[in-house]
Design a protein around this ligand. Structure first.
Ligand SMILES: NC(=O)c1ccc[n+]([C@@H]2O[C@H](COP(=O)([O-])OP(=O)(O)OC[C@H]3O[C@@H](n4cnc5c(N)ncnc54)[C@H](O)[C@@H]3O)[C@@H](O)[C@H]2O)c1
Length: 393
């Protein structure tokens, strides 16, 4: 049996533990939790976990007083770095949610804490380890495109209203959508290109679509504009424009913040220079719906162009100087395109001592945070920003 200690047993922690982790290893048990919302956690916990689970006030107390084999940090974004710094003092495998930090101070403190740590980390970057991205990287490593010189990456998010109607709209918790969303994409792009991003220029558009002046705390069920508003449950249902059609907080509320106090962007883009000298562009758009959803990249070198899209579950390789083009179709998508399952395999492998290093170690999370912080700074200042490089990355 694998005994887990969890800090922040929210929806994501529950989803990963009850889904991917138990698919890989059915004998996983949550025995210890640090979470101020004990009642909510007890409701979420699997029935088999409920009798034995114990609650603690801090990560240190939990590790000292309960015999656990692995740690899971699933709090919201602003607490990840502080919790992971505590975990760095112990020699226990750690599953750490992303982004690993939302400020430069947090990211640098995290890097320092892990300089001499023996704590092995699986950063929750399912895209990097998803089978489709792995296949793309294998093609590139085998020279299918030659030297990868250019990448064009995109993320048209069909469920983007979560960033205006759920707690993700609190900028002090997320730090904006480069950190919240692009942290995954910058990470897999470095993996694909086999190189770090060293310089970035970014742009963001705020409050052309979401955010606004509607009163604080407003919900659709209290709103006189339900008939006409495209985001009301009834119109989402009618137009099949979900991602859900339940009552929800207003996406045009003052609660979404503003440019002065910090707010999420409707869409943002970055131009990136890689250490190899190649470059790329990335865009993320949060108001798209339905079949407009798309996420993937096109990598080009002199010898070929390779494209893939997780939503289409397909990879295409065009050989520029040979009369061959291949299309590979992936099997039906799993959670996070199969990436959560791969992360779970790494985490269980570390706990059982079957693997020595995860495919998403702490330095990938720190490096991605440095890239996101540079992108955010660039978008706010209008200047290109040099990306800090994590020593271990
Ligand atoms: N890797 C991915 O693909 C992916 C997908 C979804 C969410 N996430 C990330 O997962 C994280 C959690 O998101 P969620 O939707 O599960 O949020 P959530 O609010 O459901 O869960 C957070 C939990 O942390 C608890 N908490 C709050 N303060 C705490 C504290 N001081 N100490 C311990 N626990 C505390 C809350 O009570 C709650 O149970 C976010 O950072 C999000 O970005 C990652």
């Amino acid at each position: 049996m694998i005994r887990l200690g969890v800090v922040g047993y929210g929806r994501r922690a529950h989803g990963v533990i009850n889904g991917a982790l138990r698919q890989v290893e059915p004998e996983v048990k949550v025995v210890a939790v640090v979470d101020p919302d004990e009642e909510g956690v007890r409701q979420r916990l699997a029935e088999s976990d409920r009798p034995e689970v114990k609650f603690f006030n801090s990560l240190e107390e939990m590790v000292r007083k309960s015999s656990i084999d692995g740690l899971f940090i699933g709090t919201r974004c602003h607490l990840h770095a502080a919790m992971a710094i505590k975990a760095a003092a112990f020699d226990l495998p750690l599953f750490l949610e992303k982004p690993v930090a939302i400020t430069m101070k947090q990211a640098m403190a995290l890097e320092k804490a892990f300089e001499k740590s023996r704590c092995q980390v699986v950063v929750s970057f399912p895209l990097r380890v998803s089978p489709l991205c792995d296949l793309a990287r294998r093609y590139i490593s085998q020279g299918a495109v030659g030297e990868p010189v250019h990448v064009h990456a995109f993320n048209f998010v069909p469920y983007g209203t979560v960033y205006w109607e759920q707690p993700y709209r609190d900028y002090s918790i997320t730090g904006g959508l480069f950190l919240q969303k692009a942290t995954h994409d910058f990470d897999y792009l470095c993996f694909l290109m086999g190189s770090s991003i060293v310089r970035i220029g970014a742009m963001a558009t705020f409050q052309h679509v979401f955010g606004g002046k509607k009163k604080a705390g407003l919900r659709c069920s209290q709103c006189p504009e339900q008939e006409t508003c495209l985001e009301s449950p009834q119109n989402r249902k009618r137009n099949v424009s979900g991602y859900h059609s339940n009552d929800h907080l207003c996406v045009y509320s003052v609660d979404c913040g503003n440019v002065e106090t910090g707010t999420n962007e409707d869409c943002s883009s970055a131009v990136m220079e890689f250490a190899t000298g190649g470059h790329g562009v990335y865009s993320q758009v949060f108001f798209t719906r339905r079949e407009a959803g798309a996420r993937g990249a096109t990598v080009s070198g002199y010898l070929g162009t390779l494209s893939f899209d997780w939503y289409r579950n397909e990879l295409k390789l065009v050989r520029h100087h040979q009369p061959f083009t291949v299309t590979e179709k992936a099997a039906e998508a799993l959670s996070h395109f199969g990436g959560d399952f791969e992360l779970a395999r790494d985490f269980i492998g570390l706990i059982k001592g079957k693997i020595k290093k995860s495919r998403t170690p702490i330095e990938t999370g720190i490096q991605s945070a440095y890239i996101c912080l540079a992108a955010r700074e660039s978008a706010l200042t209008g200047k290109f920003v040099k990306v800090r490089q994590a020593a271990a990355a």
